[in-house]
Design a protein around this ligand. Structure first.
Ligand code: SAH
Length: 652
């Protein structure tokens, strides 16, 4: 394969366009074949705009960084240049095209040897390599016209400053791994130096006397480095504590989206809820989001909405979220978030609402429509009562309705619920009371969808799932429309609803669609789909539908799953933003197993019941990782009084 074109494109698009104009540097970047320095199997990524893994857990720097450092060091023909952290030898090769002689130090002998072979094969003769601690420089060959450090230490190594010629420059990254700055230090006199800051960067650690202490290196190095896990570790942006404002700030990059969908890998892990709350708070307070739409039944979420927006409770309203699975919304994390939202709305110019997208509480929806009409239009209420009467026998157990219609020839209520829904919608401008009408209309829509849902559920297959997710998407659309042209929404739902179904077995093998897919089709780049995952821990779940809540151990993730790759990255909590790392995103397009734990978790049959094939970086725009997670805590009487007012909507 001829890489000349790819290299020319790289120099133009990634380097020149970003402001490196030194023509000698650009020529050197065009000359050195980066593909010769990459691990076998990764050559195709050689000209991606990103760092790539090499052996010993190290990386070859992003091409732009190599060029920017070389340009900053201002190297003249004939110069003697020192590089610390030779790694693959790539940067040394580039420097050798600019300088008279390059000296490069690398602490891993295996890397030094491999680099030496590569440089010899390419015929680059003006590079000398040495294995050792480069934080102390190379005193025997000093002084140097320029020194480039390709690894980041806690401070500028003094030894290196001392090995600069007068007028020479040292380009060196300094700082904690995720907060490094690139510095240029120019020796202006025997003991005087001038320093300037060239911006934020991210290098692997400089390990040595004037660098960081070595980590425990007695552990055996895996025979074949797990290159994907390493790439994940490198791309991972660590997540601060949930209550640290920096947590929310990491998500400012999604602030301009119209819809941000936040998934979860189970319905019972606290970390997923807390992450969503922290992100959502930031989107609400800093980016104008006014809709939080969740995978909960509309009438139940409406009770919470009335509470958080300081509206009056509906007379005779049932305590919300009493249906299985109660812990999914009646838990301390959701309670904490709703308390926050209520306080936020006290002062907010545009209060943020809390809405349910789901369809299961048909009984609550019927009660809500009737109560609304009783108030607005008693005549219409009488007609509605009669129409919904068709469903009365089944209200408590709507799933029996579907079976009765299909197998015992009972009359179906389709006609009545549709007619009632249309009748109500036609009254929009007559009733015209904003929130209350929207609430009643959504309840009427829910009843119509649920009636159909419970009937077609008995055929199995994709149709009932698709009906449910289409309803959720329609509800989201109604919400956005009701809040005006530039309304913005956050959605909380399971990964299986949020991740684009076309990129998983759901879409490819079962013809199922979901909200994530529908949102992408409608909003394109204006939407962000964010999934979450975990390796192990505990989870609140049930063994069967309608069963008791149990706390079970989550089995460590399987070999060959995305979860295992994330675990093997060694980073405990992080954000992977696929837009920031195209090389990694391309690697994570190859289907692997992904774990889906819903309300039910059956560890005994985990592979069959909870793992499915997916293409992670296509399914989501970003992925959040929590290596170990803990079960949510269900609200109970013991939470009464803990600063929770009596009016509290969960009625504990
Ligand atoms: N310039 C390299 C980038 C390598 S990454 C390239 O183009 O491929 C940084 C390298 O610095 C790693 O290989 C790491 O092993 C090495 N390193 C870290 N601390 C070092 C030290 N004190 N002395 C020498 N090399 C060091």
């Amino acid at each position: 394969m001829d890489f000349t074109k790819a290299r020319a494109r790289m120099v133009h698009a990634q380097i020149a366009r970003r402001g490196v104009s030194d023509s000698r540097v650009l020529d050197a970047m065009r000359e050195v074949p980066r593909e010769a320095f990459i691990s076998a199997g990764f050559e195709e990524f050689a000209y991606e705009d990103s760092p790539l893994p090499i052996a010993e857990g190290q990386t070859i720097s992003q091409p732009y960084i190599v060029a920017a450092m070389a340009a900053a060091a201002d190297i003249a023909p004939g110069d003697r240049v020192l590089e610390i952290g030779a790694g693959s030898g790539y940067a040394a090769a580039v420097l050798s095209r600019l300088a008279g002689m390059v000296f490069a130090v690398e602490r891993h002998q295996s890397l030094t040897e491999a680099a030496r072979e590569r440089l010899a094969a390419l015929g680059y003769r003006n590079v000398q390599l040495m294995t050792g601690d480069g934080s102390k420089g190379w005193p025997q060959e000093a002084p140097f016209d320029a020194i480039i450090v390709s690894a980041g230490g806690p401070r500028v190594p003094q030894a290196l400053k001392g090995q600069l010629k007068l007028g020479g420059s040292l380009v060196v990254p300094v700082g904690e791994s995720h907060d490094q700055r690139l510095k240029r230090i120019v020796r202006s006199g025997e003991t005087s130096f001038e320093e300037d800051d060239l911006g934020a960067v991210r290098f692997v650690p400089l390990v040595g006397a004037e660098g960081w202490p070595a980590r425990d290196e007695t552990k055996p190095v895996p025979a074949k480095p797990k290159i994907l896990a390493q790439m994940i570790g490198h791309a991972a942006e660590p997540l601060p504590a949930f209550d640290d404002p920096n947590f929310g700030r990491l998500f400012d990059r999604f602030g301009h989206k119209r819809v941000v969908l936040l998934g979860e890998a189970s319905h019972g892990s606290s970390e997923f809820y807390r992450a969503r709350a922290a992100i959502t708070k930031r989107l609400i307070t800093e980016h104008g989001f006014t809709i939080v739409a969740v995978e909960a039944d509309w009438p139940d979420a409406a009770a919470i909405d009335r509470y958080v927006r300081h509206r009056v409770a509906r007379a005779g309203e049932e305590v919300p979220f009493q249906r299985f699975p109660t812990w999914m919304w009646r838990n301390t994390d959701v309670a904490t978030f709703t308390e926050w939202l209520r306080r936020h709305n006290e002062k907010a110019p545009a209060p943020c609402g809390f809405y349910g997208l789901d369809i299961y509480n048909m009984r609550g929806a019927i009660a809500a429509v009737l109560s609304y009409l009783d108030k607005m239009d008693p005549e219409a209420a009488a007609i509605a009562r009669e129409r919904y009467g068709c469903l009365t026998p089944w209200q408590k157990e709507p799933s029996v309705y579907g079976r009765a219609v299909l197998t015992a020839g009972y009359r179906k209520c389709e006609e009545e619920v549709l007619r009632q829904c249309r009748a109500l919608l036609e009254k929009q401008f007559e009733y015209d009371d904003g929130d209350e009408f929207l609430d009643a209309a959504q309840n009427a829509r829910l009843i119509a969808t649920a009636e159909r849902y419970y009937r077609i559920m008995y055929y199995g297959g994709a149709e009932s799932w698709n009906l449910r997710d289409s309803h959720m998407f329609d509800t989201l659309t109604h919400l956005l429309n009701s809040r005006g042209d530039d309304a913005k929404a956050v959605v909380w739902a399971h990964n299986s609803h949020i991740g684009d179904a076309r990129q998983t077995e759901m879409g490819s093998a079962r013809d199922e669609l979901n909200i994530g897919q529908l949102v992408r089709e409608r909003f394109g780049q204006d939407a962000a789909l964010i999934g979450m995952g975990t390796h192990c821990g505990t989870v609140a779940c049930a063994s069967d539908w309608d069963g008791e809540m149990e706390i079970k151990r989550v089995r460590p993730s399987r070999d060959g799953s995305y979860e295992r790759l994330c675990h093997d990255s060694g980073e405990p909590r992080f954000l992977l933003d696929f837009a920031h790392d195209p090389a990694l995103a391309r690697r994570l397009m190859e289907p692997l197993l992904e774990r889906f734990i819903g309300v039910i978790y059956r560890p005994e049959t985990e592979l069959q019941s909870h793992y499915a094939q997916a293409a992670l970086s296509r399914q989501y725009d970003a992925f959040l990782w929590f290596d170990e997670t803990n079960a949510v805590e269900e609200l109970g009487p013991e939470h009464r009084g803990e600063g929770v007012p009596d009016t509290y909507p969960f009625g504990v």
